[in-house]
Ligand binder design. Structure first.
Ligand code: FE2
Ligand code: FE2
Length: 266
């Protein structure tokens, strides 16, 4: 039996959430989707995640799991729901317990267990965080062998770190994908005939922007250091995702497909 995981990278503010809703409706009508993962670190105004948005994701939008990244704690209210069973935080961050919040086993609507791991890269990342490589090995040693389907969201700036992580765990997990750069990459493939991989899923949000934020404000900040009117861009909202087809019995990824919605512009 094949089990299809639909994964979205960083969702940027309201334009991203609206684009995500439309994309989900369209993709679910044209593809078999068994499990949906979204990176929610920028979902609330570009910075962090609120309970209201999280509830919309896991409720009406039927998203199975929300991963995060370096912005996970930008909205303080997340501390009230950081132990939620469908929320995963970067397990190697200094303010995250790798065994409590860094990975979860989530049961799909069809009753299949999926382990989801979230990690943060080291390069160009603020914070004195633990090694993502040591952390993933520790987490993998604790996932029961019966849980065949395993997903790693490697939230990192450097493409090399994402490929390094994939090299380390390929053959042991079903999927490794990157998030955080907000730019979709075209290098989707299957590693060691087992692990589906893409360096970055790409963001869901306004693409007339600088990585999803108002372009004028972003350039002003780059030139002057002043952070003003820094809000999610509305222009050209697009949703990029990847669909990973997994063999339910072995956990091997058998196919990776790049999806974009809408298809008629980009
Ligand atoms: Fe992000
Ligand atoms: Fe990030």
């Amino acid at each position: 039996m094949s089990f299809n995981i639909l994964a979205f990278g960083d969702v940027i503010g309201r334009p991203g959430r609206d684009a995500l809703e439309q994309a989900l409706e369209s993709i679910k009508s044209s593809h078999k989707v068994d499990f949906i993962i979204v990176n929610g670190e920028n979902a609330a105004g570009g910075f962090g995640l609120t309970r209201k948005i999280f509830d919309q994701f896991i409720g009406p939008m039927e998203i199975d799991c929300v991963t995060t990244g370096n912005h996970w704690m930008d909205k303080r209210e997340i501390y009230d729901f950081m132990d939620h069973e469908r929320l995963v935080l970067p397990g190697n961050m200094s303010n995250v317990d790798d065994q409590k919040q860094g990975w979860r086993i989530i049961r799909s609507r069809s009753g299949v267990n999926v382990a989801v791991i979230n990690l943060l890269g080291k390069i160009f990342m603020i914070g004195d965080n633990r090694s993502p490589y040591d952390t993933v090995e520790k987490i993998l040693s604790r996932i029961p062998p019966s849980v065949k389907i395993r997903v790693v969201d490697m939230h990192a700036e450097a493409t090399s770190e994402k490929q390094g992580m994939a090299h380390l765990v390929s053959g042991q997990v079903s999927v490794v994908y990157g998030t955080h750069s907000h730019v979709p990459t075209a290098d989707l493939r299957i590693l060691k005939d087992f692990t589906g991989y893409v360096t970055d899923l790409g963001m869901t949000g306004g693409y007339d922007s600088v990585i999803g934020m108002d372009a004028n404000a972003a350039v002003r900040r780059m030139r002057t250091g002043v952070k003003k009117d820094f809000e999610p861009a509305k222009g050209n909202p697009l949703s990029y995702a990847c669909l990973f087809e997994i063999d339910e019995n072995s956990g091997a990824c058998t196919r990776v497909e790049r999806l974009r919605f809408p298809m008629d512009r980009g």
